[in-house]
Design a protein around this ligand. Structure first.
Ligand SMILES: Nc1ncnc2c1ncn2[C@@H]1O[C@H](COP(=O)(O)OP(=O)(O)OP(=O)(O)O)[C@@H](O)[C@H]1O
Length: 790
């Protein structure tokens, strides 16, 4: 366990590092005062060392001996530190170091955010080195000036550049510093000199006896002349109104001396008014630092790479196979009188892309039509012709490799592309045909549709997406709503319920396996969406990202209902199953979420085995521009999911096509096995969690009321028909109505309630069907005719 912990520390992401570096105001005061005083101590010690170093050097070897005293004003400590920094280090330039320490202390102590310490240290260290090397020229006369660093570096430079070379290099560095850091240019130096020159001349003139001005006049003239000349091209704006008066008087005097056609203009900009809200939030940030959403689980460690298996997925290029395929492609095309000017192969994990440039004058469609012939000659499945490859001007023929290599989840998670991805919800889907890791942002998609025949890698794909998010997002930043009608695919994620899952209040399982509960959850998510829009409106921001930035800066008051909003990712496996049982009742909230939820951070991932048109309806398709297709069995299915063929030509086992609305990309999905997911969820689940899963707003299903006193006039149009079905079958169940009358679950449930109110069926009896209280259709007729309002 202990070992596990140390391992974890190494691989914790930047985020947790950042947390440990953030100091609150109190800590800043303590550290700042220490650094300030330490800086002062260094200056005292260094100064004293300059006078006493000869005497003190002999005491250094006897540091432990309390009998021997040091002359340094900070005694032995001062002598030792000074010897280290001055004699053995940078010579007089060590004072710069003391200064940098002092400035760092001041910045922390007074919380001067405008002081950019990084820049001070960068230039400070360079200046220190320069001074030290410069004094290295005089090391013969006084070794203390440049210290050992200065002497050795100077010596080294002189060995290679000679004395003059080194001197010129130092001069160049000095000019570079003055220009880059102090922004001094030759024009400025020239201007300064001519100004001085002119002022001297004027002074000379005013001191000559011909001058006839009175004493008073002389004094203000002097004042004007000594004052820096106003620049005509630049207007200096001073927001401090207290200085205004002084300036005005000066301007009027200037008017007198300068030519009349030059009118001096004073430009006044009113100082920025400080918004009360801003002031308050800034104070809060100063006192407590920015709001950190991860604080409640600040010790949370991200899963480590060791939890993932390495499938050794390095691609081995089989030269013979490449040559063979190339020859066969060339030969087949030759048979149809298509000459090739060039051919190039790119080997990917599962397929190799042969890019051909045909001779001039050959029609592309001719090659495209030869797809089957090329497949036949290569005797391989999964050949796809891309004619032309967008943006390349070549024709691509994708041929599956004999030995496909597995793309391990480990390799894509470890890739710098994923690690450095600056995305809201990065998903490492796998590798492209040119073996590059493919990472996309779910937040940009904004929703994803996934289809593929059974056993072609859909569940692995879903796991890869969820794993990517688990490896990149803190539990405070993202929540999942998982719908798994198969009941086995996503159950492993139960272990991270209190970290990453969201659920309805008063429900037991966060993972929804019951289709009926899905409707409530979807409606609840719609409420969450509406609530979030209210919060965004109140905060006057356009999307969740801006909202969270504002909240972190403490500009939104939690007392007004504001809170840090995590992203919510809804994953629905086996969507077809859901649509079949609940129809419109599922489609409507899904379409609503898909249309509106992107700005407030709710993103949907929907997977289905059967991509038929009655499952992926027009309204759903229109709102899911990002699609993933694993292998499907027919061209029609491929067309439904991708709006084109291609998915039927894939080879399965994670071979997939991805589109975000424009071109199709062939990818090999990253492979993550169930035991790996188990280990990851176990790793996360064993850590400290929130007290409960993220609570979605409560949703009272329309069918949840007792409905006994339902108004007769509000009865469903199909009420009579439904009553006849129930009485004929003598079985009071909603599912019977769903089947016979092709209704959604909610509507069927509502009708059952109305039947109960009318005394046709008995009350709810748990899992058993309700009792039917009317024996036959005649009795039913009689009952309904006797009712007052029918
Ligand atoms: N990316 C991949 N790399 C290598 N093999 C894979 C990959 N994806 C899937 N497979 C193989 O295919 C098998 C089936 O995958 P998976 O369980 O994801 O199929 P599925 O489409 O979810 O099927 P079903 O819809 O029936 O659940 C896996 O057990 C694995 O052996």
């Amino acid at each position: 366990m202990a070992r596990k912990k140390t391992k974890n520390k190494k691989t914790t992401t930047n985020k947790s590092n950042k947390v440990s570096l953030k100091l609150n105001r109190q800590q800043k005061v303590v550290l700042g005062s220490f650094l300030m005083l330490f800086g002062i101590a260094l200056i005292i010690a260094f100064t004293s060392f300059l006078f006493n170093w000869h005497a003190d050097q002999s005491t250094l070897s006897e540091f432990g001996n309390r009998e021997i005293e040091a002359r340094n004003w900070l005694s032995k400590f001062g002598a030792l530190v000074s010897d280290f920094f001055i004699y053995k280090g940078f010579g007089l330039a060590a004072f710069v170091f003391a200064g940098l320490i002092g400035i760092s202390g001041i910045s922390l102590f007074f919380n001067l955010k405008s002081l950019r310490l990084g820049i001070y240290w960068f230039w400070g260290v360079l200046v220190m080195l320069w001074i030290s090397i410069f004094f290295g020229f005089f090391a013969e006369s006084n070794a203390l000036l440049g210290g050992r660093v200065g002497f050795e570096t100077n010596d080294f430079l002189q060995d290679y550049l000679g004395f003059f070379g080194t001197a010129l290099l130092m001069l160049f560095l000095l000019i570079a510093y003055l220009s880059l850091r102090l922004k001094i240019t030759p024009e400025m130096v020239g201007g300064f000199i001519s100004k001085k020159h002119q002022s001297l001349q004027n002074e000379f003139k005013t001191n000559t006896p011909e001058a006839s001005e009175t004493d008073e006049e002389l004094s203000w003239k002097e004042e004007v002349l000594n004052k820096p000349e106003p620049k005509t091209s630049e207007v200096k704006l001073d927001p401090d109104p207290s200085k205004e008066k002084k300036k005005e008087t000066r301007v009027s005097k200037e008017d007198k001396t300068e030519s009349h056609d030059e009118v001096a203009m004073e430009v006044e900009t009113p100082p920025e008014e400080e918004v009360e809200d801003d002031k308050q939030s800034r104070k809060l940030v100063e006192d407590f630092g920015e709001f950190d959403p991860t604080l409640e689980l600040s010790n949370y460690t991200f899963p480590t790479l060791e939890l993932l298996k390495d499938y050794g997925g390095t691609i081995t290029v089989d030269q013979e196979e490449l040559e063979g395929n190339k020859n066969r492609i060339v030969d087949t095309l030759k048979n149809y009188k298509i000459e090739i000017a060039q051919i190039k192969a790119t080997v990917g994990p599962t397929v190799t892309l042969y890019e051909i440039v045909p001779e001039a004058g050959i029609r592309i469609s001719k090659i495209k039509n030869l797809e089957d012939d090329i497949a036949l000659s290569l005797s391989a499945l999964g050949i796809r012709i891309i004619a032309p490859i967008p943006g390349k001007g070549t024709i691509g023929i994708e041929v599956p490799n004999k030995n496909a290599s597995i793309v391990s989840m480990r390799s894509v998670i470890a890739s710098s592309k994923f690690r450095n991805a600056e995305m809201e919800l990065p998903m490492a889907l796998g590798k492209t045909i040119s073996n590059e890791t493919f990472v996309v942002d779910l937040a940009k998609m904004p929703h994803l549709l996934m289809a593929g025949a059974t056993g072609q890698g859909k569940s692995v794909g879903l796991n890869a997406i969820l794993t990517s998010l688990l490896y990149s997002k803190h539990p405070a930043e993202v929540k999942f709503v998982l719908v798994d009608p198969k009941k086995v695919e996503l159950t492993l994620f139960n272990k991270i319920e209190r970290h990453y899952l969201a659920k309805l209040p008063d429900t037991e399982d966060a993972i929804i396996t019951d289709n009926n509960k899905v409707i409530n959850t979807l409606n609840s998510m719609c409420i969450e969406m509406d609530n979030r829009y209210e919060l965004l409106k109140d905060a006057m921001v356009r999307n969740i990202k801006e909202y969270n930035v504002k909240f972190k800066a403490r500009k939104l008051n939690p007392e007004n209902g504001h809170k840090f909003l995590p992203y919510i990712v809804l994953v629905v496996d086996e969507f077809a199953d859901l649509i079949m049982t609940a129809g419109k009742e599922v489609e409507t909230p899904i379409a609503r979420l898909a249309q509106l939820a992107r700005a407030i951070g709710i993103h949907l991932i929907i997977a289905t085995q059967r991509p038929s048109v009655n499952v992926i309806t027009g309204i759903i398709k229109a709102n899911f521009p990002a699609r993933i297709a694993f292998r499907v069995t027919s061209k029609i299915d491929s067309r439904t999911i991708l709006d084109g063929q291609g998915a039927d030509q894939l080879i399965g086992r994670g071979d997939m096509l991805f589109t975000q609305g424009n071109e199709l990309k062939r990818l090999q999905c990253a492979f993550v096995d169930t035991p790996e997911v188990d280990k990851i969820t176990e790793f996360i689940g064993s850590q400290k969690a929130y007290p409960d899963a993220y609570q979605l707003p409560a949703y009272e299903g329309e069918d949840s009321g007792t409905g006994v006193d339902i108004d007769v006039s509000e009865r469903d149009k199909l009420f009579r028909e439904a009553a006849e079905v129930i009485v004929t079958a003598q079985q009071g169940s909603a599912s019977l109505l769903q089947r016979k009358l092709k209704l959604g679950y909610n509507r069927a449930g509502r009708i059952i309630d109305q039947l109960e109110a009318a005394g046709i069926v008995g009350p709810f009896e748990g899992s058993k069907a309700r009792q039917v209280l009317v024996t036959d259709l005649v009795a039913l007729d009689q009952l309904l005719n006797e009712e007052p309002n029918t």
